[in-house]
Design a protein around this ligand. Sequence first.
Ligand SMILES: C[S@@+](CC[C@H](N)C(=O)[O-])C[C@H]1O[C@@H](n2cnc3c(N)ncnc32)[C@H](O)[C@@H]1O
Length: 400
Amino acid sequence: MPSKCFDYTIEQIKAMGKDKTKANFSKLLNLFFVPVFPVEIKREIVSSIGRYDYNDEIYDFISLEAFNNNNPMELIYQMFRTCLYKARDDKRFEDLRKRIKNYYDNEVINKADDFYNFKEKQTVNKISKPMLLVGDAEKVLNILPDNSVQLIFTSPPYYNAREYADYSSYHGYLSKMKSILLVLHRVLEDGRFIVINVSPVITKRIGREFESIRYPIHYDFHKILTEAGFYFIDEIQWIKPEPSVPDRIGGYRQTRKPLSYKPNCITESIMVYRKNADFLLDKNMKNKEYDRHEDEEIDTSNCWYIAPARDKNHPAVFPDELARRVLKYYSFEGDTILDPFAGSGTTGRVARAMNRVPIMCEINKEYADLINKAMPEYYNQYYNQEEAKSKCEEINTDII
Ligand SMILES: C[S@@+](CC[C@H](N)C(=O)[O-])C[C@H]1O[C@@H](n2cnc3c(N)ncnc32)[C@H](O)[C@@H]1O
């Protein structure tokens, strides 16, 4: 896109906005009405006009031009920004801000307005010691303060896919998951990420004459995640070597009969969502120290090729390497990492190796005991069911 037009470049317009003479101001106002200027030059003109203190003229200018339907929305947004900024000291711009917002009432304007209204409400409660909680995540996580976790990474129980899954209906399963997501939303720091590993599951059929049901869990998780207050950022595909997954294509390979095609499923979804916040991600990254790890490989695409893992004690573990990448890209050293469905404790083990503070929660006491046994000195706050129960009672909460 050329930034030069009729002898004016964006840089020159910017310079006029900085060199605040009355002559420059009048020139900028006139330049705005030159019809042939491209929108990016005009946007810079509006932005530069807004930097002056001539509020009477600026107010008159925006009062007319913000409601001129011939102006592209990019210019209107810039005028709206000027109003947000000037409204701090000049009441007229507050009214103008409201009028523009009501007139356009679109997502961009509303988002900018939310951002402006955001008052520093950071009550980050940092947890500095590893913790292992035994019980139902919906209940035991109540002992954690608001905004106390910087990343949630987990793989929820798969509806009826494994022996531990025990829900009377898919709807009941989703409803339980949503209740837990609401708790996770409370404990996650504003603007931080929740990363969920899921894949479609199939329910067992009781005979060949019946059809088995396949559930696209990740689609339904999108709905409950957004209802709980998170929004979509990315979907990463975890891709496994084909020989490592159950064979579904055998039947078709033999018959080549259309409709009987069932490809081998070598991917799982890694759903990346952010907790709603009225501020940009920049704020979550501000003042964080980190090592650049110059020579470390970067995953440049959303396809991650990682072999699956097995564990003799747990039927559904994810590999350390998957946790390592998620923690590397979505958390800083020293951050508190929560896995509400800890299983064999993969997330906790990797978090420890990467100098993060893990909080693990697991409903199955045997699995929890195994996690604790593997690192007895580490989980210095191990709450078994009874202890967690009393902790919850302290804050008037029930536990299973
Ligand atoms: C898919 S596995 C997690 C495996 C884990 N990512 C690993 O690598 O070992 C899900 C775990 O969630 C646990 N779980 C199921 N419902 C739970 C609940 N309501 N609260 C806490 N844990 C639960 C199950 O016992 C199971 O161990």
